[in-house]
Design a protein around this ligand. Structure first.
Ligand code: C2E
Ligand code: MG
Ligand code: MG
Length: 411
């Protein structure tokens, strides 16, 4: 077994001293690492707090510990702003360990992996190879948040640009839609992604202007594709905050008219990240948009508040299953069951079903087997500038033939 040629600073926590001895021994077989062990998680946390948030590259933490368990430990790590990576090790059943792993990811901890007890040396080696030491250049810089003034300036200076990601029919590989995803081409920080500025726009009254800009550009792009002979519907993400002013449908219709595009060519994707403040206004606005033939999609279905109640009450045409149920579904019975149920339900409600986060051929194949209609994700294409779409479509046609051949071999 080859050793790892860089030295990592590791903390291992387990209430069982024997397990600690074992992991220390295994780590030493895999290179010269700087290892500290603790049977008491509280002492480990104190040590992290004292040494500083970037003093350790890796924390190995047992899930089952008396006093403060692995979950409470995670919570404390978040509070300490720990910058290293977390590895969970546990003898618990898969579902429990997966739940703990999901929790870590949701809290923005850098979860590197899960090790099952008894720890296998090869699995441990893979974890160490994949580790990104805190001090290395590969570590992402801390996510910067932007002020409303900076964002206002960006909107006024036309620094926001639209990228587009195709949505493809699973039955025959035809791209029929493209989702518009906004980015900020920052003059000094480079490309900034929406999760770093959409919340700012929502909280500081800038979201209407931002949406208007994105929508106008997306419809222009769609008109250009049409001129080039491509018929792609364009999907624009809408914030719940856009749905508080009753004239929103009129604004959308005006934008469609300016671009000379039919209402049917536009999809609005709606995510409900928090509870609706005014459900009647939302229902009013969405119903009027629907009456005018604009298509409506429920985004990130299955997480947050995008739930069954929304499906019951709001006139959606498309059900977009959150990527957390999609990628890896072929090897995960829980995800697969939720995926299947969502697809079946969408079909029964007469909605188009789409899965986001399709990253591998296995994801693609499971969706096809389960009867999902559309796929979107890195497997087909990463989001791209609008002018790259025609070229991607011709490359994709070729790739799709190969995918079909490979899918047959996989089954
Ligand atoms: P969303 O609408 O669910 O968009 C999908 C996100 O998943 C995009 O991230 C996309 O780049 C990413 N993605 C696509 N394929 C894959 C894949 O195969 N694997 C993984 N892991 N990710 C994939 P992005 O562009 O960073 O956007 C994040 C969110 O920001 C969007 O989530 C949407 O809710 C919001 N957003 C983007 N543009 C706008 C906008 O113009 N207005 C509003 N209000 N929100 C926007
Ligand atoms: Mg979306
Ligand atoms: Mg989504």
């Amino acid at each position: 077994m080859s050793a790892i040629d860089r030295s990592l600073r590791v903390i291992a926590i387990d209430d069982d001293p024997f397990e600690l001895k074992l992991i220390t021994h295994q780590l030493s077989r895999l290179g010269q690492h700087d290892v500290m062990v603790f049977t008491d998680p509280v002492e480990a946390l104190d040590c992290i707090d004292e040494a500083g948030v970037s003093a350790f590259d890796l924390v190995f933490c047992d899930l089952q510990m008396p006093g403060i368990d692995g979950i409470a430990f995670q919570r404390r790590l978040v509070r300490s702003h720990f910058e290293g990576e977390l590895v969970l090790f546990s003898g618990e059943d898969d579902r429990t360990v997966q739940a703990a792993a999901n929790l870590a990811r949701r809290q923005q901890l850098r979860l590197l992996g899960i090790l099952k007890k008894p720890i296998n040396l090869e699995a441990l080696r893979k974890i160490l190879v994949a580790a990104t030491p805190v001090s290395s250049d590969e570590t992402k810089p801390a996510r910067k948040m932007y002020s409303p003034e900076e964002l206002r300036r960006a909107i006024d200076n036309d620094e926001l640009i639209n990228f587009y990601q195709p949505k493809v029919l699973l039955a025959d590989g035809k791209p029929i839609e493209a989702e518009c995803l906004v980015r900020w081409q920052h003059p000094t920080d480079g490309m900034v992604y929406p999760d770093q500025f959409i919340p700012v726009a929502e909280q500081h009254g800038l979201i209407d202007d931002l949406t208007h800009l994105v929508l106008t550009k997306a419809l222009d792009q769609s008109a250009q594709w049409r001129k080039a002979g491509l018929s792609l519907r364009v999907a624009v993400n809408i914030s719940m905050d856009n749905l508080s002013t009753l004239d929103f449908p009129e604004k959308v219709m005006a934008a469609l008219e300016t671009a000379a595009m039919p209402a049917e060519s536009l999809i609005l994707e709606i995510t409900e990240s928090r509870l609706m403040q005014d459900p009647i206004a939302v229902l009013d606005i969405l119903t009027r948009l629907r009456l005018r033939r604009v298509r409506l999609s429920i985004d990130d279905f299955g997480i947050g508040h995008s739930s069954l109640a929304q499906l019951r009450d709001l006139p959606f045409d498309e059900l977009k299953i959150d990527r957390s149920f999609v990628h890896g579904a072929s090897g995960n019975p829980q995800k697969r069951a939720i995926l299947q149920a969502s697809i079946d339900m969408g079909r029964q409600l007469g909605m188009q079903t789409i899965a986001e986060g399709v990253e591998t051929i296995e994801d693609w194949k499971v969706l096809k087997d389960l009867g999902c209609e559309l796929a979107q994700g890195y497997f087909c294409a990463r989001p791209m500038p609008g002018e790259k779409m025609p070229r991607w479509i011709s490359d994709w046609r070729q790739r799709y033939q190969e995918i079909e051949r490979e899918s047959v071999l996989l089954s």
